[in-house]
Ligand binder design. Structure first.
Ligand code: MLT
Length: 314
């Protein structure tokens, strides 16, 4: 089938995306999940497009081995598992799905804020241990508190709208977004230092890049309000985990909710023994709706690009 366009799906995606690709007579799809870098390098040479989620690492070596590669589709938002510079150098278009799982991630963020405020995971563990200690789990209301949103893209904006509806005061920091846009989403612009000093809750919604690596380090943690809480549903590398552990142990940071870690899974992490953290296994995109939406969106984008050369959302 020399004229057939070959697509490799290297991470599990919802069946609706696979079904959509199957409707294209000129496209043939193979599925090979769980490949490490070596495995991808061996597999990739004949494929016109590669579709991944966050597990596969699409390194420069993988991209250079992809001699026929024209497009890489990331079913999700973060593209930190793809070497974008290498893809650009080789004229390969990289698609992601910036909107498809944004609501799901924003809702998880709010769920984490509520869990932190009302000690829900700890209270659940306590009842399961046959305890009944309502006074141990006295929480705090979100209404009237200040949330600081770092990164004001699609997810940050959805979080802002939800926090405003919960009657919170919303601050935002994003060097690429104007105060007018922030205002449209009920948020007031702040610089990073001012946001950290004023927020009862700080939530991260920026991409992981060389510039944002360890953005929340020991200095910035100490600049946060005493008793503030931190939520990270974005990327593990944004927070210096050792510094956060220290701040949680002293109580300067009252609690943290972490959906993402520098190394995933965080096997043996000291967070596991820390009672004032809530840990979830990178659930940011894990709803039925989001999984279906990212799969269909990426299938549409990749198929359209391969068959027509059009790349609307790349
Ligand atoms: C994303 O970047 O879309 C979310 O973190 C979920 C994922 O990694 O798939």
């Amino acid at each position: 089938m020399p004229d057939t366009l070959q697509v490799l799906i290297a991470d599990p995606i919802h069946e609706d995306g696979r079904k959509l690709l199957a409707t294209y007579p000129d496209i043939h799809v193979d599925i090979a999940t769980g490949l490490d870098e070596e495995g991808l390098i061996l597999k990739i040479p004949t494929y016109d497009a590669l579709i991944v989620r966050s597990k596969s690492r699409v390194t420069r070596s993988v991209i250079e081995a992809g001699r026929a590669l024209k497009a890489i589709g990331r079913a999700g938002i973060g593209v930190d598992n793809i070497d974008i510079s290498a893809a650009t150098e080789h004229g390969i278009v990289v698609f992601n799905t910036p909107d498809a799982n944004a609501t799901t991630t924003a809702e998880l963020t709010v769920a984490h804020m509520m869990s932190l405020s009302r000690h829900l995971p700890q209270a659940d563990r306590s009842v399961r241990s046959n305890e009944w200690q309502p006074t141990r789990f006295v929480g705090t209301e979100l209404a009237g508190k200040t949330v600081g949103i770092i990164g004001f893209g699609t997810i940050g904006r959805l979080v802002a709208e939800r926090c405003a509806a919960l009657k919170m005061k919303v601050l935002a920091y994003d060097p690429y977004v104007t105060p007018e846009i922030m205002c449209q989403y009920s948020a007031a612009q702040r610089n990073l230092d001012s946001l950290l000093a004023s927020s009862d809750y700080v939530t991260l919604h920026c991409p992981l890049t060389d510039k944002t690596h360890n953005l929340i380090d020991a200095t910035r943690l100490s600049a946060m309000k005493s008793g503030a809480r931190l939520i990270n549903c974005a990327r593990g590398g944004l927070v210096d985990e050792k510094a956060l552990l220290d701040a949680l142990r002293t109580g300067h940071i009252a609690g943290a909710a972490l959906d993402v870690f520098a190394k995933e899974p965080p096997l043996g992490s000291e967070f596991i023994a820390c009672d004032n953290v809530v840990l979830t296994p990178h659930l940011g995109a894990s709803t039925k709706e989001a999984q279906q939406a990212v799969s269909v969106q990426i299938a549409e984008d990749v198929a359209k690009f391969l068959t027509t050369g059009e790349a609307e959302s790349a």
